[in-house]
Design a protein around this ligand. Structure first.
Ligand code: GLV
Ligand code: GLV
Length: 318
């Protein structure tokens, strides 16, 4: 049986797959595989190890003749039409858990960078404008005793909240479900989305992108933010009405925003680049050696399990 891997990945998942007796072909490149080549290469394989850059839509799924599993090397799977895959008995897996801590670290990094104005400070130094300590230079604000609103109280949301609790923040959260761990471990209350937007000093997004969450944070919701608020997104850009968030930042109607993801990724709205009150990262949530290796190995294990007739470890269902 044959496995196709769509990119050169940390951790060499191809080794693990070969050790388990399967053939592997890999698009050994740092750039995404062109669509036509992807369709050609995956037509007759038994499994695909994919990334979020590959759209596994109806066309791609109908094009498979033998594929039993698509193992996405990401926790998000908005690039895959999971319900159509389910209809076709195609197994889809993702990589939860292994990237929770790395992604929470990035969310907290953005919160600190925004509260303490890292971008402006760095820029001042690099532009050789630092002429000595000044009592009023680049004042940010304390996180202690401020309220962090977590939107999407899953694993990453919890890990972020737990870290920021150690900085002295109070936690509130919005989620479809009540989350015992938030209540018990963080003394955090579930609130409505409107209440969260109104009452938080820092808002951090940790939702998956789906039909129900696309533009969940629209103009109406963004307008509820405090003028001193920090807004951070490490989930998916399309959850937020980015154009309007940029307007708020331009008019200084909120304090600042930290981005790891963008609405039209990898295209960046040029207006963002002109703003001083933002901190911008190129989708680095899971970008550590250890985490990226663990992700690609988990994807490889899902494939080996399914091709060996065992259950996948981390299947996603619609
Ligand atoms: C990264 O964004 C992921 O979904 O793993
Ligand atoms: C992602 O793994 C989450 O549940 O937050």
């Amino acid at each position: 049986m044959k496995v196709f891997i769509t990119r050169k990945l940390p951790g060499e998942p191809e080794k693990f797959i070969k050790q388990n007796g399967f053939d592997v072909e890999i698009y050994n490149n740092d750039e995404p595989i062109p669509r036509e080549l992807f369709l050609k290469k995956t037509k007759n394989v038994d499994a695909v190890l994919s990334l979020m850059s590959e759209k596994i839509d109806k066309e791609a799924i109908d094009n498979f003749s033998n594929c039993k599993i698509v193992a996405n090397c990401a926790v998000g799977y908005n690039n895959i039409d999971v319900s159509y895959a389910n209809d076709k008995k195609l197994i889809v897996t993702n990589t939860p858990n292994v990237l929770t801590d790395a992604t929470a670290d990035i969310a907290c990094g953005l919160i600190l960078a925004c509260a303490r104005r890292f971008h402006e400070g760095e820029k001042l130094i690099r532009n050789k404008k630092f002429f000595g300590w000044k009592p009023n230079m680049l004042l940010g604000f304390d996180l202690k005793n401020k309220t962090l609103g977590i939107i999407g109280a899953g694993r990453i949301g919890f890990a972020t909240a737990k870290r920021m609790k150690a900085f002295g923040m109070k936690i509130i959260y919005y989620d479809r479900n009540k989350r015992e761990n938030f209540d018990k471990e963080l003394n955090a209350k579930k609130v409505s989305l409107n209440k969260l937007m109104k009452n938080s000093d820092v808002v951090s997004i940790h939702l998956p992108l789906a039909e129900q969450t696309k533009y969940l944070i629209n103009k109406t919701k963004l307008d509820l933010l405090k003028p001193t608020a920090i807004f951070v997104n490490t989930a998916r850009g399309e959850i937020v009405e980015e154009k309007y968030l940029i307007e708020l930042l331009q008019k200084k109607k909120i304090f600042s925003a930290g981005f790891d993801v963008y609405e039209n990724e990898p295209k960046i709205n040029p207006k963002l680049l002109k703003l001083e009150n933002v901190f911008l990262l190129p989708h680095l949530g899971s970008a550590t050696e250890e985490t990226r290796k663990a992700m690609s190995l988990l994807a490889a294990k899902n494939i080996v399990n399914v091709l060996s007739g065992k259950k996948p470890l981390t299947q996603v269902l619609k």
